[in-house]
Design a binder for this molecule. Structure first.
Ligand code: TPP
Length: 557
């Protein structure tokens, strides 16, 4: 049998231990993808290229491996312009094999300069035009993606892929070459300095980010908080790292609960562990002063996203840094960590702003409160974006190991893809996606992919009849909401149209039975909750503080 370059490409990917690839086929990648599938790799064939890369992102986050996707040239590649920057900002290693237009033709309708598109997103692009070099170049793409923690796209003209290939030895895979990176301990001087800062502070909050999650520093952070009479918090992606600790205040950031905001305001030292101190993490600097921040990180920074974020730094792995610090600290009496505070933390609603009932629509807070109690603890949860994400962020009992949110590029429409990536990574666990109607409809075609690949996904939609984020902001500015309030699409009927289970939930008391039904049947289910568009998250109440009357714009449901 004749061997082609596409056979070799598939072999090189297989040697990189790629066992899952998200794909949408076209002339410039279908031979490669088909061979990769034949090599035993699980192919997840999606309906939009964006979703291939977005699903690979969630897969990479959940498995700790490099996410892999393949798209065709030209229009296949240009569809990636929202997913790639999101992956860059979330520091996710991906390798994407994109076709390129054939070199032999003087004209090709799908030809476009691909490198500028990809490079504009912050991802790397390598155009491979010399077959003999491809095995090493692809291996190096895997090395680069892992070392730089960003997407690397390799573009290969499809006429080159069709060339005959004389089999030769393939290079050792990236796993044989990637330098072993031992965790970095803290420097003794830095530890002493940090201990002095801690000694001088009275109200300390230990705040963990994804660096702490990855370094498995959760227990050390709990000990640190206990030893210095401090409280615990996380960034949004690290939500749930301290879910069962009575002195956890939950998420630090724009979506903080009212209690968390109070505690952060009282704090005189934030110890940010493995946390990049992004804008939203401090609610754009509103939650604390940078002078009160000690950052423990392998790559500490003075500024991030246009702000000074920390004056005190310790360069160390999150786990080793915090454990080292523990040796320098003696326990202090519990003045802040009182039983009364623990009680208040567990009893106080995230937001108790009073909104009048708006029948027949649910208050989104009531929906989330009920979901928090009925959904099994070991199901995987995926939070999407939009106004509803504030409400879905308030599920304090959920552990981080079953939680995923990737929001660094602020794009809506990723929820379904992220849920598919998680379902691929954790096939034994049901996945619950929390989404808004606008975000879901942006890539609703993927319901078919979920069904075809027999994934167990429950989609919970807070359906407020449009782009709630925009509706609330326009209203607050006294502007017409027509461009964002479209009326409530019947999402349950849409789900049924795809062949899934769709339920328009009318009574929260039905949720126990509905949960039991989904647990038993599996597959794809959509729960459509029609929620009031009059309940505004505190995030928007704060940022648009001048409510002005305007019509609700609801179409009768
Ligand atoms: C790709 C993209 N397009 C537009 C926006 C602007 N935007 C932010 S939130 C939002 C509304 C999302 O609506 P939905 O998913 O229904 O959630 P809701 O805000 O109603 O809770 C929009 C359009 C965005 N962030 N990303």
């Amino acid at each position: 049998m004749v061997t082609h370059v596409f056979d070799m490409l598939a072999q090189v990917f297989a040697r990189e231990d790629v066992n899952t690839c998200f794909a949408l086929l076209g002339d410039a990648n279908m031979s490669f993808a088909t061979r990769l599938s034949e090599s035993g790799c699980r192919m997840i064939y999606v309906r939009h290229e964006h979703c291939a890369v977005a699903a690979a992102m969630a897969y990479a986050r959940k498995t700790g491996s490099t996410g892999v996707a393949t798209v065709t040239c030209g229009p296949g590649l240009t569809q990636l312009m929202t997913a790639l920057p999101a992956a860059v900002r979330a520091h996710l290693p991906l390798v994407v094999l994109a076709g390129e237009a054939p070199l032999k033709s003087g004209w090709y309708n799908q030809a476009i300069q691909q490198a500028p598109f990809v490079e504009a997103t912050g991802a790397a692009y390598h155009s491979l035009h010399w077959p003999q070099r491809m095995p090493v170049a692809i291996r190096d793409a895997f090395l680069q993606a892992q070392r730089e923690r960003r997407p690397v796209v390799v573009g290969i003209p499809f006429d080159l892929q069709e060339l005959e290939w004389s089999p030769t030895d393939l290079p050792p895979p990236s796993r044989d070459l990637l330098p072993h990176r031992s965790a970095m301990p803290a420097n003794a001087q830095d530890l002493a300095h940090a201990a002095l800062l801690i000694g001088a502070a009275e109200r300390i909050v230990v705040m963990a980010g994804m660096g702490a999650v990855e370094a498995d520093a959760g227990d050390a952070c709990r000990q640190l908080a206990e030893r210095c009479d401090g409280l615990l918090a996380t960034s949004l992606p690290a939500r749930g790292l301290f879910h069962d600790d009575p002195f956890s205040i939950g998420i630090a950031g724009g979506v903080s609960s009212q209690m968390a905001r109070q505690c952060l305001e009282q704090s005189d030292l934030i110890i940010a562990v493995g946390c990049s101190l992004a804008q939203h993490n401090s609610d754009s600097g509103k939650l604390w002063e940078p002078a009160n921040v000690l950052q423990i990180d392998v790559d500490p920074v003075a500024t991030n996203q246009g702000r000074v974020v920390a004056f005190h730094h310790m360069r160390a792995d999150a786990h080793l840094g915090v454990s080292g610090l523990l040796e320098y600290l003696t326990p202090r009496p519990a003045r802040w960590r009182t039983p009364e505070l623990a009680q208040a933390l567990s009893d106080t609603a995230a937001d108790d702003f009073d909104y009048p009932d708006d029948p027949p629509f649910f208050d989104p807070r009531a929906v989330v409160e009920r979901l928090e109690t009925v959904l099994p603890q070991d199901w995987e949860l995926v939070n999407s974006s939009g106004h509803c994400s504030y409400f879905f962020a308030q599920m304090p009992s959920r552990p981080n190991r079953n939680f995923l949110t990737i929001r660094e590029f602020g794009a809506i429409g990723n929820g379904i893809s992220f849920a598919m990536g998680v379902a691929a990574a954790r096939p034994d666990s049901p996945v619950v996606l929390f989404d808004g109607d606008g975000s879901l409809l942006m890539h609703v075609q993927e319901l078919e992919t979920i069904l075809r690949h027999r994934m167990n996904i429950l989609i919970v939609v807070l359906n407020d009849g449009g782009y709630g984020s925009e509706v609330h902001k326009l209203r607050a500015e006294g502007l017409a909401i027509d461009g964002a309030a479209f009326g409530r699409t019947d999402l349950a009927a849409i789900a049924r149209g795809f062949g899934a289970t769709g339920v328009a939930v009318k009574d929260l008391d039905d949720l126990d039975q509905l949960t039991a039904d989904f647990a038993e049947q599996g597959g794809l289910t959509v729960w459509d909750f029609q929620v009031s568009d009059q309940v505004v998250s505190p995030v928007i109440r704060r940022s648009h503080a001048k409510p002005a009357p305007s019509s609700s714009g609801d179409r009768p449901s």
